[in-house]
Design a binder for this molecule. Structure first.
Ligand code: GLY
Length: 338
């Protein structure tokens, strides 16, 4: 079962992971930008601070029901159902026509299976539909109206995803039609990777994407290998940030392959960012690409080019929310070769 995690308990949430889900006060260790947590299994790592309650629900689900796919689906489902989250599920920022279009994917390491949906409207839990695509069809990805029809066939009902508050903001935006600022509020994604007590790797990802995007735009999140990738022999990686800059590099796949070559999850995240920044015409800050990774042993890593990118990690000993290592142009371009 789980290995010990000899990190000071002051870094963790008060109480055990199973003691509470939403609303628990987080004890954030925010200065250590280079995560070197000892490995533990099971482990759940996810993007952003809002990943903490999602991780905790995932761990609780795994502990009580023994299914990692249920764990990932329920954990991500918690964020999808949060109306206050402006970039995942209900309450998400709509596209340029005022319609919320959501994307999600899920992967199962032991059988290297995957399911994905993109550009879906009026469906509260795209992560659940992605799982149905994986388990109930011979396909990997369904999009748009076809994905919605499939969801309805599978028994899901429609839910309006555009909240009054997002509708009001969209109406204001429409008057100006200015290109929206890409920031934490406008551009978050929940990516979650879980490693079970035996070292099997699972993951999921869900987003409403870039606020006021061109209708039909799909980012990295539902693209296997871009917003998420797991390989049961190695580990998994997930992304948040500007999807266009992740998907041009199949970045999550690149991180997993770097781990396969022997890099730690932290080194693999950093090496992938460095490779992208060195090659791309955009600078690190413009790229806005942020990653989490975990290997089969439960060792974790996280790095990004966005200032303030946080990630959450949960083991049987508690939850930690931390600042990921931030990589700047100066460090990458002038910092020598990896
Ligand atoms: N990373 C989410 C998106 O670009 O849609």
């Amino acid at each position: 079962m789980s290995d010990s995690l000899p990190l000071s308990r002051r870094h963790f949430l008060a109480g055990s992971a199973a003691s509470g889900i939403a609303g628990t006060a987080l004890a954030t260790q925010s200065t250590d930008a280079s995560p070197q947590l000892p490995a533990a299994r099971p482990t759940f790592i996810s993007t952003w601070r809002f990943g903490a309650p999602a991780n905790e629900l995932a761990l609780k689900t795994y502990q009580e029901q023994g299914s990692m796919l249920d764990a990932i689906e329920k954990g991500i489902g918690l964020v999808e159902a949060d109306v206050s989250n402006a970039s995942v599920g209900i309450g998400g920022i709509p596209n340029a026509e005022g319609v919320v279009q959501v994307d999600a994917c899920i992967m199962s390491g032991p059988d290297h299976d995957a399911g994905s949906v993109a550009g879906v409207e009026d469906i509260l839990h795209p992560i659940s539909v992605a799982r149905k695509v994986m388990e109930e069809t011979r396909h990997v990805m369904l999009v748009g109206d076809g994905a919605k029809s499939f969801a309805l066939d599978q028994g899901y009902s429609t839910t309006p995803l555009l909240t009054d508050s997002q509708k009001t903001k969209w109406e204001k935006w429409k008057e100006k039609q200015s290109v929206p600022e890409i920031d934490e509020q406008n551009h978050d994604t929940i990516a979650m990777i879980g490693v079970d007590s035996e070292g099997n790797v699972f993951g999921g990802c869900s987003t409403s994407g870039w606020g006021y995007k061109v209708p039909g735009r799909v980012g990295d999140s539902p693209i296997i290998g871009s917003g998420l990738y797991v390989d049961n022999e190695v580990g998994g990686a997930g992304a948040t940030g500007i999807g266009e800059n992740v998907m041009r590099y199949c970045a999550s796949f690149m991180i997993v392959e770097a781990m396969r070559q022997g890099l730690s999850p932290q080194e693999a995240c950093e090496a992938t960012i460095e490779r992208i920044v060195r090659k791309d015409s955009k600078n690190a800050e413009e790229l806005a690409i942020n990653f989490i990774a975990v290997n089969r042993d439960g060792e974790i890593g996280a790095a990004g080019t966005s200032k303030g990118f946080q990630y959450s990690v949960t083991t049987a000993q508690g939850t930690r929310v931390d600042n990921a290592k931030a990589l700047t142009d100066a460090e990458i371009i002038e910092g020598g070769n990896r």
